[in-house]
Design a protein around this ligand. Structure first.
Ligand SMILES: [Zn+2]
Length: 424
């Protein structure tokens, strides 16, 4: 088997891997200014996608801009998320370098889309492919690729539930994400291509994060404040809706997360607890933004879950200026803040550039780590099943260092660079 690294090697973003010059795994976009795309690729015979995040699907429609019509294989939620993200990219950047595809390219995605459930093997470009739940977001998959001689397990992004003993200390055990169950499948593989986003981070136990978040939010509401919760549209918005519903905290939901929630409602099999998700949807109030609704909501002493997660756009741009002056209000960041984003600036300096204006913020600002990625312990627990396999590390800021640590621990591990071809 020959594995070519077109993106996501020793970096996070634009994930793209070509197997045997025929099968493309993921085709993402690195969000930056300007954005970066995968290296040039010979036209693939088929495409298989791990999950519906921009850094894994963001560049997919460009594969259909020429004469080639490779089938695209993914789970049903991933197919929907990819189209939602592509429509958003077109809306924001259509016609510029930042959007490398057109409306007709996007329409063709629907024509070549082939959906598959977990553990249902199918054929793509002469390979047998099987998806396993990766526990990252709804529809996220580990991708097992078998070319008849070699089996490659591409982890995609994944999350793992905590050992239950730790969670049992809590009355309402929260072992991982409320939205999706952690990965448990460990199919046999000769090579494991493993993400390493948090290879040097130990996450605070999820139950503790949630406890702190709930206490902080309730305190602010009791004191008559409003809480704005910037959240990524895919996964994080729904996770926070579930947290609010579980603790009976009134919440509004605004931005692209509302469409994503509406879509995911059709796929209860891809969430941990379909009934809890349904309850969370009826518990939340969805914001349309009509007739000055947003300005009225900020006076209602409620929680507002809204995009964008890093304050770089979306309805958060309306809420933050409205609530920022009152120290009784609160802004709780709920995801990783990339350097240079307004969210990161707000955490570090107490002010942020919103809609082109630098605004000092007197409201309280806090951060909670509701990560959807395995931390160091989680990655090591996962890899413990693959001591006899070759391990390739990608999707991280310190892939080389982590591969070296694994070698020190007896693994056959390496971290390929962009453009590298690994033959096994
Ligand atoms: Zn992801």
């Amino acid at each position: 088997m020959e594995i070519r690294f077109l993106g996501g090697a020793r970096e996070v973003g634009r994930s793209a891997i070509l197997v045997n010059d025929a099968l493309l795994l993921d085709f993402g976009m690195l969000t930056a200014n300007p954005p970066q795309f995968p290296l040039e690729t010979p036209a693939p015979e088929a495409v298989v996608v791990s999950h519906g995040h921009l850094d894994h699907v963001g560049t997919i429609p460009t594969l259909l801009s020429g004469d080639g019509r490779p089938p695209i294989h993914w789970t049903p939620p991933t197919a929907e998320l990819a189209r939602t993200l592509a429509r958003d990219t077109l809306k924001l950047h259509g016609g510029s370098y930042n959007c490398p595809f057109t409306e007709p390219d996007l329409k063709r995605v629907t024509q070549v889309s082939e959906t598959h459930g977990y553990r249902e093997p199918f054929e793509a470009a002469g390979h047998e492919i099987t998806f396993y739940n990766a526990g990252h977001i709804p529809g996220s998959a580990h991708v097992l690729v078998d070319d008849g001689e070699t089996r490659l397990l591409y982890t995609g992004d994944f999350h793992i539930d905590a050992a239950s003993s730790e969670a049992n200390r809590h009355a309402d055990p929260v072992v991982g994400q409320r939205l999706v169950e952690g990965t448990t499948a460990r199919p046999d593989a000769d090579i494991v291509l493993c993400e390493s986003t948090y290879s040097d981070v130990d996450h605070e136990p999820r139950a503790t994060v949630e406890e702190r978040f709930v206490e902080s939010v309730e305190t602010t509401l009791w004191d008559g404040g409003t809480v704005v919760v910037p959240a990524f549209a895919i996964g994080r918005t729904q996770e926070l809706m579930l947290v609010c519903a579980a603790h009976d905290i009134p919440c509004y939901v605004d931005g692209m997360g509302t469409q994503v929630t509406e879509m995911l409602r059709q796929y209860p099999a891809y969430v941990r607890d379909g009934e809890a998700f349904r309850r969370a949807i009826s518990h939340a109030r969805f914001v349309t933004g009509r007739d000055g609704q947003r300005k009225r909501i900020v006076d209602q002493k409620a929680v507002i879950i809204t995009t964008s997660g890093m304050l770089s756009g979306g309805p958060a741009m309306t809420y933050i200026p409205e609530i920022r002056r009152n120290p009784a209000n609160k802004i709780t960041m709920t995801g990783y803040q990339v350097e240079g984003t307004p969210g990161r600036d707000l955490l570090e300096t107490g002010s942020a550039e919103i809609d082109g204006r630098v605004m000092p913020v007197s409201a309280q600002v806090e951060q909670y780590d509701f990560s959807a990625h395995a931390d160091r312990d989680g990655i090591l627990e996962f890899l413990a099943s693959y001591r006899d396999s070759s391990v390739l590390i990608n999707h991280g800021d310190r892939c080389g260092a982590f591969a070296e640590e694994l070698r020190g621990d007896g693994f056959d591990a390496s971290a390929p660079e962009l453009g590298d071809v690994v033959s096994v």
